[in-house]
Design a binder for this molecule. Structure first.
Ligand SMILES: [Zn+2]
Length: 205
């Protein structure tokens, strides 16, 4: 079966993992509700990639690694401000696995991120030091992709940073908001939507 999107287009499903769903360590409100929309969207693409947040225990982004700090506080680290999170998506744990109702059979690449102990990575392209590449841009170019559509969790963090970096790497970029959900702390969703619009990201239903 061939999707309605051609061979220059790829869908990137961002971090559809159990820890980001209700009941998980860093639950995004309604995170599990994206699954039917993601499955439907994926069927319309010939090429699908999934990202997986994949932290070692004691990761720098975990509030538990900083005595006296609480989740959702921001601290200064070597590369600038970093929001602290509850321990989540620890390598090899059940919370790091994908939602079981996702249809992943046709996924061509699973790209893991956040595995460097001292750098967080919201973006699928570049870690939070904004220098360390994940290799995804090179992979997409080598495969001849020109347009990237992003969806997943969360719209205002990993989807957002990935979309900005996709534009910067020269790809036409869209975000499918109906197949995404936001964390929305301190107005982060409105800010992300505005920044994406300004960067030329197409915002889809
Ligand atoms: Zn993470």
């Amino acid at each position: 079966m061939s999707g309605s999107h051609g061979d220059r287009e790829v869908l990137i499903v961002t971090d559809p993992q159990l820890d980001f769903c209700p009941g998980g360590a860093l639950a995004v409100p309604g995170g599990d509700q994206i699954v039917p929309a993601v499955n439907r969207l994926a069927r319309s693409f010939n090429h699908v990639i999934v990202t997986q947040d994949w932290h070692p225990a004691g990761h720098l982004s975990f509030a538990s690694a900083h005595p006296g700090r609480a989740p959702f506080e921001t601290i200064e680290v070597a590369y600038g401000p970093q929001t602290l999170w509850p321990d989540h998506c620890v390598q090899g744990t059940p919370g790091a696995t994908f939602h079981p109702a996702l249809d992943l059979a046709r996924v061509e690449l699973i790209i893991r991120k956040g595995y460097h102990a001292t750098i967080d990575s919201y973006s699928a392209f570049r870690e939070n030091d904004r220098k360390t590449p994940t290799g995804l841009a090179g992979y997409l170019r080598e495969r001849g992709f020109e347009r990237v559509t992003l969806c997943g969790l969360a719209s205002d963090f990993c989807v957002y940073y990935s979309a900005i970096d996709a534009r910067e790497a020269g790809f036409a970029t869209a975000v499918a908001l109906g197949a995404s959900r936001a964390i929305d702390i301190d107005g982060s969703l409105a800010q992300a939507l505005q920044a994406m619009r300004e960067a030329g990201v197409e915002l889809l239903e």
